[in-house]
Write a new protein. Structure first.
Length: 209
């Protein structure tokens, strides 16, 4: 777990640095983005007792991944080293025992903590992961995949409109899921391997079109 946490925190730092080089010093309100994402999660899960609603669990889990982006960012305060942040998260969730909250309850508990503390609680996030049936390995692969794809798009003309999102009739995120499944999620250079696999597939499929 420690290496996976280090990988994700490092990637998040790189992503945030693209928005603002000195992003940590800006003290952005990451807690606000987190609880708003919690609201979006509930929208996908459903809360209207006065009408029939079916939870869209795929979208719910995607919202959990988005929450993790903002949650990790919130833990970077005071210029703490990434190694210390990873160690603290690992220590906090070590021996985690779920409280048995359902999806709505777990989401609300996380959002309430954000509002009360203007911070982020890994334990409450773990409770939410458990509620939506998302394990750590799935969190890791989904997070890394989404981040790498975002970087890959930017590096290949997404901003100026030259990037080709559909590769041989399939969206790039479909290719991503297939490529991620074939790689070793536990390797230290997992993110680099995902990028290299995307790059090779993109060249093979798009260049040949």
């Amino acid at each position: 777990m420690k290496q996976a946490l280090l990988n994700m925190l490092t990637m998040q730092h790189k992503m945030n640095s693209r928005v603002h080089e000195a992003w940590i010093a800006q003290e952005f309100e990451w807690y606000r983005a987190t609880w708003i994402e919690c609201g979006e999660l509930i929208e996908h899960y459903g809360y209207k007792w006065w009408k029939k609603q079916e939870p869209d669990m795929e979208q719910v889990r995607l919202e959990v991944i988005d929450i993790w982006h903002f949650g990790m960012s919130a833990l970077f305060g005071n210029g703490r080293p990434i190694e210390d942040i990873a160690a603290d998260i690992e220590a906090e969730v070590s021996g985690f025992t779920p409280a048995g909250l359902d999806v709505r309850e777990a989401t609300e508990a996380l959002a309430l903590h954000c509002l009360e503390t203007r911070g982020f609680s890994p334990v409450r996030f773990w409770e939410l992961m458990h509620a939506v049936e998302l394990d750590f390995d799935a969190l890791y692969s989904a997070y890394v995949g989404k981040n790498v794809l975002n970087f890959f798009r930017q590096d290949n003309g997404y901003k100026d409109g030259t990037y080709v999102k559909n590769w041989a009739g399939r969206e790039d995120n479909e290719h991503l899921v297939e490529l991620v499944a074939s790689l070793d999620h536990g390797s230290e250079d997992f993110a680099d391997r995902v990028y290299q696999a995307l790059q090779q597939r993109y060249r093979e499929v798009v260049s040949a079109a």
